[in-house]
Write a protein that binds this ligand. Sequence first.
Ligand code: SAM
Length: 170
Amino acid sequence: MIKVLRLGHRAGRDDRISTHVGLTARQWGADEIVYSGQHDSSMMQSVEDIVERWGGDFTVRYTEEWKKEIRDFEGLKFHLTMYGERIDDKIAEINDDLDEKDLMIIVGAEKVPRWVYTHVDLNISVGNQPHSEIAALAVFMDRVTEIKDSFEGAEIEVEPSEDRKLTEKK
Ligand code: SAM
């Protein structure tokens, strides 16, 4: 089971990024995204609309209790931050440890509280420069799992093509 925790969502300012964090998590096979920060039903609805049309059982949830979410999670917890240990130095160890364990991946928006750094198994950087939670999540997930290419119950699917936009209605 893979859960992504998106901390510190700011309604309005982070809408597209938070939506894309959710869609990225889903594309790489996460089961759930949990958002904290400001409650924003329209941003969450955008992710749910995609799931409805494009399938799968990815779920979207909001919590105010993000500390509890981290504390209660039974599995390995990785926080993605530019200040963390280098992904290339740690990825073999991470994959050995993961085995069949559940995985929580935490990404921030604004400044992430110090508490997070000390309550995870590892703080991991994808390069030590500031960039984006979407990019960090995609790179990290690609190293620990695979791109998911079929989603059960999809109403619509892409037929990969060399030169056209082909979709199939189910
Ligand atoms: N100063 C922040 C940090 O700690 O990484 C950058 C803030 S950035 C706008 C928002 C989120 O993107 C961060 O909380 C982190 O999860 C992710 N992020 C940005 N750059 C990253 C990097 N180089 N490696 C891993 N995650 C990164």
